[in-house]
Design a protein around this ligand. Sequence first.
Ligand code: ADP
Ligand code: ZN
Ligand code: ZN
Length: 672
Amino acid sequence: MSYCILQIALDTPLNSVFDYRWPHEVDAAPQVGPQVGQLALVPFGRREVVGLIVAIVAESDVPADKLKNAIAVRSQLAPLSPQWLALAGFAADYYQRPLGEVALPGLPKNLRVPTTVALDRALKKMAKLPPPGDPSPSGMPPLNTEQREAADAIGGAVGFTPALLYGVTGSGKTEVYLQACAQVLARDPQAQILILVPEINLTPQLEGNIRARFPGLMLATLHSSLSEGERMLHWLAAHQGQARIVLGTRLAILASLPHLQLIVIDEEHDPSYKQQEGLRYSARDLAVWRARQLAIPIVLGSATPSLESWHHAQTGRYDLLPLRERAVRDAVLPTVRLLDMERDKPKEGLTAGLLAALRQRLERGEQSLLFLNRRGYAPVITCEACGWISNCTRCTSFMVLHKPEHRLRCHHCSLELRIPRHCPTCGNVDLQPLGRGTQRFEEGLSAMFPAARILRIDADSTRKKGSAQEAFDTVHRGEVDILIGTQMVAKGHDFKKLTLVGILNPDTALFSQDYRASERLFAQLMQVAGRAGRAGLASEVLIQTRYAQHPLYSAVVRHDYDRFAMNLLEERHQAALPPYMYQALLRAEAPELAVAVAFLEEARDILPSEAVTLNDPIPMTMTRVYNVDRAQLLVESNSRPALQAFLKEWLALLRSMKSRVRWSLEVDPLDI
Ligand code: ADP
Ligand code: ZN
Ligand code: ZN
């Protein structure tokens, strides 16, 4: 009996490709033997695990007596394509992680368990699924000129064609995507399309639009709230080419799509496209790489593009497809006004100007949305007698008052306490909430407008599965007069009866240390402002601020993204910041800050380099979380390849340092 060697990627933190023996010859009848891209069950330590075959070779460097046999090859499943393996390989390389840690978590869990029960069941189920179906669209509204040009440019593009669809809120970007999709689907009977949205809450609305437009077509969704069984089935439908459109959140970028012909990234500027733990990838950036690799078009849509994408559009690397008007007849962008809180002193956090506008909407039977990025009742409680404040004992943060639940909660480590009856330091029983969160505004509004139907949507009010969708449906049905919510309500939703948006407390972001804070604040304000007046009713956005002179607000008032972006890019250029600079961030955490910093200092000096700059380690802004102190070291270069080459060598050295410190590296960090 002769053997071949299977090189198998496993989900392990270090070197992740391992050799296993398989009783088969390398070049004997390849179709009957194992194939690259198939999954295999192998012994690993005392366990049996599933890995991915990444190469099949004749010989191994591992001594014969150390070499183990693979147990089984999952031949029920078609191999993952070389293109998919290349995508996983690129992501692993670029983000400096082992291949197995990238490739395997990208697959549904049920494929990665030792038994094949779930796989066998899903295949059986697949057989009962309807065929991929008829791509003919139904009920296509006529497009306006700019929409037509954009849809044709995307739908008719050949080869790698990245385009930035820069459309003001309500300009009908969705319709452009759908009609471009229709063209691609009509041209190629196998074509698959990947559509990404930043937030799970936005999938139902778009899913509804796609199903209505392509009633005969198989659509599969991929996001984190699917059950494992559903996830497996949807993943397989994509992998086997039945699903013609795959709609998902960032994790769907790693879906296996053998006939992928078009990628759509909606709200491309959204930070949610960046995974913030484990493999810290940007789904948007990987999508662009994937489109280039497959030589297919990709469209990035936004009313407030990321400065990275805007820069590419300005320099001609992306095609710019503008939609400057709202699509619905008579719908114009809302009037934005600033309410100066220095002059119009707020009552219960609400200025007279905003209260009057709310009253007016109630009288007219129109909807209002109040936006505040702070959940809970109050961000902190204090004792006025001795100055005590409710700090978290484990983090550099406050315990947030959650009044309905009678709890203090830390939003960073989830510590929960009952609300103390008296001050822990001086015994004073009169503890006061300081500042306002969504719950407190809800309470104040209910008292001021007892007849109004008020609904709060935030992470606390939507903990139960399905409750967020239920809440949004209530708003769409017109059963809510005043909606109050966090960024959950700011994005994407097409509320037809909404004519007033009140922005309650945006000022803190103006003075953040994070250089991206103003880009984000601007995008967020434009997004939430864009919820108003979408169906043609005259509408208004009121911003309560203490800094009415601030240039960021004047740009929002004028709906002037172009100039705002131009100024910001100029600033970034001057300050040598992204997109003119490439960055990576090494983070370290330890029970004591000094230990984390010492590790980073050692790391800074371990590999001298001319092409990259290693800054001094600094504590992170929120230094302590869950009893662990955190520090960071920023690495920069004006050349991406130079940075990549440095990181590869550097990481090998860091891994050999054998430090007790936990560390991680992020490439292209968003928060620094
Ligand atoms: P965006 O994503 O750009 O904010 P949407 O895609 O949600 O905007 O579209 C806003 C509204 O305009 C929707 O109600 C949509 O049905 C409508 N719409 C889009 N295109 C057209 C069109 N060509 N004619 C009429 N209405 C349109
Ligand atoms: Zn006190
Ligand atoms: Zn905490």
